[in-house]
Design a protein around this ligand. Structure first.
Ligand code: GTP
Ligand code: MN
Ligand code: MN
Length: 610
């Protein structure tokens, strides 16, 4: 079909639900390039979800799960080659290479556009092109953060409805000249007339490309979440981090948690940990300290800006959870389990039970027989995993039993503490408070974590991941760190969140975890709150303020007191060994490394040597 024959695309009849001239021109241009059989505007309705999920079932992409076990839920099993974000195929195409920086792949925008235009030419033949309007963050915001994803994947349309405020309501927010982020996605698998489709169309050639200056996203060849649901990592972190840099706010890879003390005082906490290091778990924590309660606002992304009172307010731009399935179970994260069980969940690459339910590693009630994520029979004797380690559930946030009532408030919530953290088996204590904002920025800037199985690289080797943003920065990491320092400089420090560094993953000689983690992390959160209130002590160490075991509420905790001491220990020799590793990383950041970070590094070395 040529664009001229797409009914209503010139905006003159009511088959097209908008008069937004720039949007219509873009839709027309993309349709001419990609040549779909038809163009459909997604409205986000129940009827549309029903129609598309039925279509996906017919196509073999979706399996409908047992209605009694997982109501109104589906399982998708992807092509085995299309199971994760592809960092090596992810590009930041700023005009100047230095604006992408040393941590990103870069290509000149013109060159990338000409490569991708050739890939996009005719790439939607035989398919439907969906125009998917969406809003990141509350629709009621003064300036809603709008986007439109054009995609040829029904899986994407259905998932975008769970993960974002998608459809007519978002389109209605777009007055005729409102700016929006253009996000173009194709699985890159055109169909010739009569050609039968495969359950998971994708292409061996993949590009996940961002043009931060023009706020555009071009994605090709993958149907997987982080590569294809463009509102999430692509918009809300990579493009939004560039917007935030220009406009003086922060777009971060952080959960948002509401903590309520026994006196009913409320504290909002944001925390940045790298992938698979416990954000979703902490966001849904069940405190074990009597009288303390927690509620959830977000598990992956926080947008933070200053309110009129000078405090930093956070909003979760997302509308659903896209969580790692393996390891999630009724004891590790009952809140996630309840959210999922409420239905309306799309699972990807988990295993299927014989009675039409899902299963993954560490979930209770391991069945004797399964169909694994590759579609093969599986038993507990099989020497491979039943679910892919990066298999995910995609489920509406509104179903979360611990959801904070203010989750959809466009004002956001005032943040009292920011936590950084990673996975370190040695050196890094359980918790450590920064001396001030700049020192906290240094802690975030030099954040480190042992590689998990979730990404390429040697498992266990330590890599630096500033603010857990390495895969998600839309611009130069040096400029990003300067931006953090500037945020502090331009604010009243007494109103800024206090910054802490946590490590739930320190191990003893026999490799066991020294700290039980999960719900017991509420003991650390309690100490953090008491630090904010100034009611608890800490030791001043070379790396920051660290509690002794007697500063923590350990009542009823069933662990060896020596383990707690070991978890809290700051050993000078260990930290001296850390210095060359930090030096190497700061060298890598290069010329744009802020003086403030360099100063903090020198100060740390001096404290360690005195
Ligand atoms: P993304 O969603 O990929 O950004 O990752 P995430 O940070 O949300 O990771 P998630 O919460 O899914 O990480 C879960 C992993 O961390 C699982 O292997 C958990 O068992 C482990 N984990 C979470 N909290 C703790 C803890 O307090 N202690 C220990 N030992 N492990 C934990
Ligand atoms: Mn998560
Ligand atoms: Mn994440």
């Amino acid at each position: 079909m040529t664009a001229a024959t797409i009914p209503g695309l010139n905006g003159t009849d009511d088959t097209v639900p908008t008069k937004h001239a720039e949007l219509l021109a873009w839709v027309q241009e993309v349709a001419e390039l990609t040549q779909p059989d038809r163009v459909v505007f997604a409205d986000g309705s129940d009827a549309e979800f029903e129609r598309l999920s039925n279509q996906l079932v017919e196509a073999g992409t979706f399996m409908r799960l047992n209605e009694e076990k997982k109501p109104h839920s589906f399982l998708a099993q992807s092509d085995p080659s299309d199971v994760a974000r592809v960092e090596s195929r992810t590009f930041i195409c700023s005009e100047r290479e230095e604006d992408a920086g040393p941590t990103n792949n870069w290509m000149a925008p013109d060159k990338m556009r000409s490569i991708m235009n050739e890939l996009y030419r005719g790439c939607m033949r035989g398919r439907t092109m969906y125009v998917v309007p969406f809003c990141m963050g509350p629709l009621g915001a003064e300036q809603p953060k709008l986007g439109v994803e054009i995609t040829d994947s029904e899986y994407v349309v259905v998932s975008m409805r769970v993960m974002t405020r998608m459809g007519q309501a978002a389109l209605d927010k777009m007055s005729t000249d409102m700016p929006f982020v253009k996000a173009l996605h194709s699985v890159g698998a055109p169909l010739e007339p009569g050609q039968k489709d495969v359950p998971w169309p994708c292409n061996d050639t993949k590009y996940i490309t961002h043009f931060p200056e023009t706020r555009e996203i071009w994605s090709f060849g993958s149907g997987y979440g982080g590569n294809a649901l463009l509102g999430k990592k692509c918009y809300s972190l990579r493009i939004a981090s560039a917007m935030a840099h220009d406009e003086g706010w922060l777009a971060e890879h952080m959960l948002i948690l509401k903590l309520i003390s026994p006196e009913d005082k409320v504290y909002y906490i944001a925390a940045a940990f790298p992938s698979a290091c416990g954000k979703t778990n902490l966001a849904m924590i069940h405190p074990t300290v009597p009288g303390w309660r927690a509620e959830t606002l977000g598990d992956d992304i926080a947008w933070m800006r200053f309110g009129e009172d000078g405090r930093l307010y956070a909003v979760n731009p997302e509308f659903g959870f896209f969580g790692v399935a393996p390891g999630t179970n009724w004891s590790s994260n009952p809140t996630a389990m309840k959210t999922i069980e409420a239905g309306n969940t799309v699972f990807t690459n988990v295993a299927l039970t014989d009675d039409g339910d899902v299963w993954w590693e560490d979930l209770e009630n391991q069945p004797d027989h399964l169909t694994d994520w590759l579609g093969q029979p599986w038993t507990p004797d099989s020497d491979r995993k039943a679910a892919h380690p990066n298999s995910r559930y995609c489920t509406p946030m509104s179903q979360c039993p611990t959801l904070a009532p203010e989750w959809d408030d466009p004002q956001g919530v005032p943040i009292s503490a920011i936590l950084f953290g990673g996975r370190r088996k040695s050196t890094v204590p359980l918790v450590n408070q920064a001396f001030n904002w700049q020192h906290g920025t240094f802690m975030g800037a030099t954040m480190s974590s042992e590689q998990t199985a979730a990404a390429e690289g040697k498992v266990g080797s330590v890599r630096r991941d500033p603010m857990a943003m390495i895969p998600f920065l839309g611009y130069n990491v040096g400029d990003y760190l300067q931006h953090w320092i500037d945020v502090g400089k331009n604010a009243d420090e007494s109103k800024l969140p206090k910054i802490f560094y946590v490590n739930w993953f320190r191990r003893g000689d026999d490799k066991r975890f020294l700290w039980p983690g999960f719900g017991e992390n509420s003991r650390v959160l309690k100490w953090i709150v008491e630090r904010i209130e100034g009611t608890v002590d800490a030791q001043s160490t070379p790396i920051g303020y660290v509690p002794t075991a007697s500063d923590l509420d350990l009542e009823g905790l069933d662990v060896d007191p020596n383990d707690v001491d070991e978890a809290l220990a700051v050993n000078k020799e260990d930290w001296q060994a850390e210095i060359p590793l930090i030096e190497e990383w700061l060298q890598f950041v290069g010329d744009k490394l802020p003086t403030g970070i360099r100063d903090e590094f020198e100060a740390l070395k001096n404290r360690l040597n005195s």
